[in-house]
Design a protein around this ligand. Structure first.
Ligand code: PMP
Length: 360
């Protein structure tokens, strides 16, 4: 069966091999007579699934031993509140606002505690990262929050050292986690919703340094307390078992691809192909400064008015779907996560060039 090239920002494409394996194991996982969906999370079978998923993730990301891996729910959006609730401990946190998602995180933190703006690039329509001269860090901040890949605006932090502060760094990596190697030791906490590069929606990943646990106020609801979740191995209540299982298959697939260093090379090549096609055309335009363009989310506009609907409709005929941009920035957006094969990006570029010849 032919599958479409799905450029959705999330839920996004999953590797075909992962879907095939999930299909093959759907009714009867490893001859246990059950689907993973039907399994008790307290039994030995699911315990093995979650333990293997965690071990593979730790290996892929090189997670140091003094970090906990938590498989939670509520999406990255829940983390916008859960992070300050757990880490502020009566202090204030610094927020770098570089796009729609970090802006939301900042607003939510202000609702539950004290949060301060380090810099915002909103006046430049979030098309760049702030320069060092624009940054005003609070030396006493409980942490600095960044969104290392802005999914809507297509801005990625390629070099964290530009934002070096004495504060613990917390990063929303929802839309580029596992797309490249990362030095976890530079962060106190990283997090992300699963539905882009990890697996199906419903699972939220948090990786947190152990010394940050246990700072939550005693009246924090139990479900929101990282320390309690860590103590219970992410099984304080019923976890999103099927999403964890599929995420585990994705981790094994990533290892087979050669791990994150190999994935990064493929992602660089895919992004380069698409940005070059945009930059060399007279019809398409990406407004983001080249040094901070995202390898995962590539927004672009069409310079000629009235062509957007036609672009989307004609793309669909070429098996290219979910290409319409976020309403906040308009135009188109191609999300090219790990599971988007290079042939998918090539198909998009071929279509864009053909469309421009006919309508540009
Ligand atoms: N942060 C980023 C960078 C995102 O891209 C998204 C979702 N698109 C979110 C947070 C919110 O994630 P969720 O829907 O899992 O709450």
């Amino acid at each position: 069966m032919e599958r479409t090239y799905n450029f959705s920002a999330g839920p996004a494409m999953l590797p075909r091999e992962v879907l095939e394996q999930a299909r093959d194991e759907l009714l009867n996982w490893h001859d246990c007579g059950l689907s993973v969906m039907e399994m008790t999370h307290r039994g030995k079978d699911f315990s093995a699934i979650i333990a293997q998923a965690e071990a593979d993730l730790r290996e892929l990301l090189g997670v140091p031993a003094n970090y906990k891996v938590l498989f939670l729910q509520g999406g990255a959006t829940m983390q916008f509140a859960q992070i300050p609730l757990n880490l502020l401990a009566g202090r204030s946190a610094d927020y770098l606002v570089t796009g729609a998602w970090s802006k939301k995180a900042f607003k939510e933190a202000q609702k539950v505690g004290s949060a301060r703006l380090v810099a915002t690039t909103e006046a430049s329509n979030f098309t760049r990262l702030p320069a060092a001269s624009e940054l005003e860090f609070d030396p006493d901040a409980a942490y600095l929050h960044v969104c290392s890949n802005e999914t809507v605006h297509g801005v990625e932090i390629h070099d964290l050292s530009a934002f070096r502060t004495s504060a613990t760094i917390v990063a929303d990596m929802s839309s580029h986690i596992l797309s490249r190697p990362v030095d976890i030791g530079q962060y106190g906490l990283i997090y992300g919703g699963a539905q882009k590069n990890i697996g199906p929606a419903g699972l939220t990943l948090v990786i947190v340094r152990e010394d940050l646990l246990g700072r939550a106020p005693t009246n924090l609801p139990t479900m929101l307390d990282y320390a309690v979740q860590a103590e219970h191995g992410s099984m304080l209540n019923t976890p999103p078992t099927y999403s964890i299982y599929v995420a585990g298959l994705v981790f094994q697939w990533l290892k087979k691809q050669g791990g994150l260093a190999a994935m990064e090379q493929t992602n660089i090549a895919k992004a380069k192909l698409l940005y070059q096609a945009i930059d060399n055309s007279g019809l398409y335009h990406n407004p983001v400064e080249p040094a901070c363009r995202s390898r995962m989310n590539v927004p672009f506009t069409l310079n000629k008015p009235g062509l957007e609907e036609l672009f989307v409709a004609e793309a669909k005929k070429q098996n290219i779907v979910s290409i319409k941009g976020h309403k906040m920035v308009g135009g188109m957006r191609a999300s090219i996560y790990n599971a988007m094969p290079p042939q998918g990006v090539q198909a998009l570029v071929d279509f864009m060039q053909d469309f421009e010849r006919r309508h540009g």
